[in-house]
Design a protein around this ligand. Structure first.
Ligand code: HSE
Length: 403
């Protein structure tokens, strides 16, 4: 007997899933404990000459009405029809694995609960961090701790871009095009560069860590479009890299979430995460820091995480794996009230007196940049920062938080 699998969507990730299930079939089957067979691939398109033609179907009902299908892997992206398909499958007791973060962020809590009612599973390892195993470790390994922070480099495209801009002095548009050609970027690259993709991923992680729904829409998001060569020069001068971070933190019992570019000091393990690599760092009350690192985007890496879900489902067959994520909304505090240090660039010369309003500052100079005053502030809230900037009377060229 073989475990019969269907794959929805034959795009970048879906074709990667099929490739792994075919090329590594005996290995995957051994790990699953039984032979794994791709019975169907669903796509609206035809693929003349591609071996997928043998298993290609255009109608989801063929899949969901086939009693032989035990697991469906979805890599179509977008909320619909993925949500309808997931619901239909789970209501029939067919487990559903997905790389689709839009689906997971919006409907994760509901789909987990439907899966539970039907002794099935809704797995989504590939929805965050591409190929990095992070969801399963949070659910199954990190069960002893309360987590006061989960922060990560969650978008491969922007990390690839920031690394290239920093190391090679290349410009924004060029590196974006390069990342798109390499298959890292979302269909709409705004989702990457404006921080929305990282926002969805931190929403999913925070929902898992805090066990209640953290809505993506409730997370303040700043992208990387305003980061330029001068910012890298200042960052370097203070021994930092610039990284787009998604973060969720608990302080005095309140939860703060944010996506923004941050200065990351060299003693932070996130500093060394370069290129398309992602990393997710958690801080537990017992464990201390733990970090997961790996390739955050790309066909095979992401597909490898989807296949790991398929294997787990086949191993678990008929047993629901508990995932604590309720639909109740997690209360979130205004991220502006979380005190961060900032790199601030003000136009012109600024008096020592005006600088005093930013607390204990560390002034920064960078070769070739003149006509401005740059410094690192003490930890302050956004309101305190705005007040100190207004008091200085200078124009604020840039402010970037420091991790
Ligand atoms: N566009 C995403 C990224 C793909 O660059 O990380 C993986 O979710």
């Amino acid at each position: 007997m073989a475990a019969k699998v269907a794959v929805l969507g034959y795009g970048t990730v879906g074709s990667g899933v099929v490739k792994i299930l075919w090329e590594n079939n005996s290995h995957v089957s051994r790990r699953a404990g039984e032979a794994v067979e791709v019975k169907y691939v669903l796509d609206l398109r035809d693929f003349p000459g591609d071996p997928v033609e043998k298993v290609l179907v255009h109608d989801f009902d063929t899949i969901v009405n086939d009693p032989e299908i035990s697991v469906i892997a979805e890599a179509m992206g977008g909320l619909e029809p993925a949500y309808t398909f997931a619901k239909k499958a789970l209501e029939k007791g067919i487990s559903f694995c997905t790389s689709n973060k839009v689906l997971v962020e919006a409907k994760g809590a509901e789909l987990i609960s439907i899966a539970k009612e039907h002794d099935a599973n809704f797995f989504f390892e590939a929805s965050v961090g591409g190929g990095i195993p992070v969801i399963r470790p949070i659910i199954q390994s990190l069960t002893a701790d309360h987590f006061d922070e989960i922060s990560g480099i969650l978008n491969g495209t922007t990390n690839y871009m920031l690394t290239k801009m920093d190391k090679e002095g290349l410009d924004f548009d060029y590196v974006l095009k390069d990342a798109q050609e390499k298959g890292y970027a979302e269909r709409n690259p705004e989702a990457d560069i404006e921080g929305h993709d990282a926002g969805r991923k931190i929403a999913i992680l925070a929902s898992l860590v805090y066990e209640k729904q953290v809505d993506f829409e409730a997370i303040p998001m700043e992208g990387i479009t305003k980061i330029g060569s001068e910012d890298f020069a200042y960052a370097k001068a203070v021994g930092c890299a610039i990284k787009l971070l998604g973060t969720a933190r608990r302080k005095d019992g309140k939860i703060y979430t944010l996506v923004a570019p941050f200065l990351v000091p060299s003693d932070d393990p996130l500093y060394a995460v370069e290129g398309v690599y992602n990393a997710i760092k958690l801080h537990g009350d017992m464990l201390g820091n733990v970090m997961f690192y790996g390739q955050g985007a790309g066909k095979e890496a992401t597909a490898s995480a989807v296949v790991s879900d398929i294997v787990q489902e086949i191993r678990e067959r008929g047993r629901h794996v508990e995932i604590l994520w309720s639909g109740e909304k997690q209360a979130l505090e205004d991220a502006g009230e979380y005190p961060f240090r900032y790199l601030v660039r003000l136009s012109g010369a600024v008096s020592a007196d005006a600088l005093g309003a930013f607390g204990d500052v560390e002034t920064v100079t960078a070769e070739g940049i003149s006509g401005e005053t740059a410094f690192l502030t003490a930890a302050m809230t956004e309101a305190e920062l705005a007040e100190a900037i207004a008091k200085s009377g200078a124009e604020c060229i840039k402010k970037i938080r420091m991790n």
